[in-house]
Write a protein that binds this ligand. Sequence first.
Ligand SMILES: [Zn+2]
Length: 510
Amino acid sequence: MGTRQRFAIPDGWVARGFRFEVEPTSAEQPGRIAQAFGSRRFAYNWALAQVKANLDARTTDPAVPLLAWNFYELRRAWNQAKDAVAPWWRCSSKEAYASGIADLVVALHNWSDSKAGRRAGGRVGFPRFKARHRDHGRVRFTTGAMRLEPDRRHLVVPVIGRLRSKENTRRLQRLAAKDRARVLSMTLSEQGGRLFVAVQAIVCQQPQTPSQPQARCGIDLGVGNEWAVVAHHDDTIERIAHPAPWVETHTQRRRVARQRSRRIVGSRGHRQANAKLTALDRRAANLRTQSIHTLTTRLSSRYGTVIIEDLDVAAMGRGMGRRAFRRTVAQAGIGRVRPTLAYKTAWAGGQLAVADRWFASSKTHHGCGGYLADLTLSQRVWACPWCEQTVDRNANAARNLRDWTGPVAADSDGDRDVQRGGVAAPVPLVGDHGGQAHAPRGACEAPQDHPRVAGATDTRTDPGSRSKGEEPRAGVSASERSQTLTELVTVASPDGARRTVQVTLGQFPG
Ligand SMILES: [Zn+2]
């Protein structure tokens, strides 16, 4: 391993993920794809068996050395063993096995971090063996022949070959052709019977400024009929309705699910009902994603400051009694608006401010300061106890957020405590780890050291530098970082200031 230079994303570049739905172009490709998925799963299960055997041996005899949960070590062990345990290994790309091992290392560390309380979110169990019917097919390629074809309709993935994209690949191919984007990895995966390629790339992005850099807007998100209420800078109120198709898909979903429950498992009718359910779920998810992206892109490209409420979405989805309410919380996807805004405002040159969780945006009358303590959730309109005007709950809350004057930390470096205090945060809270501020995590090696950037990330960390004190974690940081869908990335602006933002990527190679 030795000492390796850490890769920082070059100034003016950002890490971005691009996702395309693809379909096979030849009759033998589905077989090769299934083989790649299976190879990944085989390596995962093999490595898990090694780890379990080692742990079992240590319980009976503590003198047995601990097998390092380290991608490089495990991959080396796999390469030594593969001729014996998988004599057919040549039929798949070596990347398939490597990605299975990398995924296992991530899973092991998620488990140990969760157990030690170093990880936010729900409890994570010990990794299980993957059965074919339970595993989602996926495989990540970090080296080899992968590119976007100039016809903007095809992607080339190692060993599997050309895949046709159902969507024009222009937004990435154009940049790659001009050398303004470099592909780091491609992940082929299957979801609900469809194939997707997630391309992870670094993109040279010109610094931008929003069209109204001095202006502010406030967003109040809700679960009622009004999904989002935006108070614009010119004091107009924009109400965005809960897209009706969500409700419609939900009604259909109930009907189809009931149908399926009456059919015999394994029968053709059961399979058909299942396919219908998958299609409905896909539609609901796509609608949600669409709404979130349209809203956030529009606001971040326009305003210098966007202010949003600090909602405890997890608690909303957990408690509150009624199942219908919890479902609406999930359907509205309000937990995704803030992280999306956080990276988009950073790209657009603006900032996202997060109002204090205890800021009574709904109960305070904007402009007059009248306060109604006993406002219930169902009251859409209330009368101000001071000026006796009728107040529209959501519009009032959005105005209050827009004019929120809490301290704005323009360049807080991902410090979660600062955000908890209710001040502005250019960094989202979701997906981070155990409340600890991290060093920029998108770091990997400089691409100039790697003429073929495809292989660059294979050596992204310096295992030696992180191994002190944490025995089983030795040298595992690269793999731990791999596979994460959101990453903290340092973005440099032209004035030399650096800020860390969390962005959604494809999967990082391990
Ligand atoms: Zn009032």
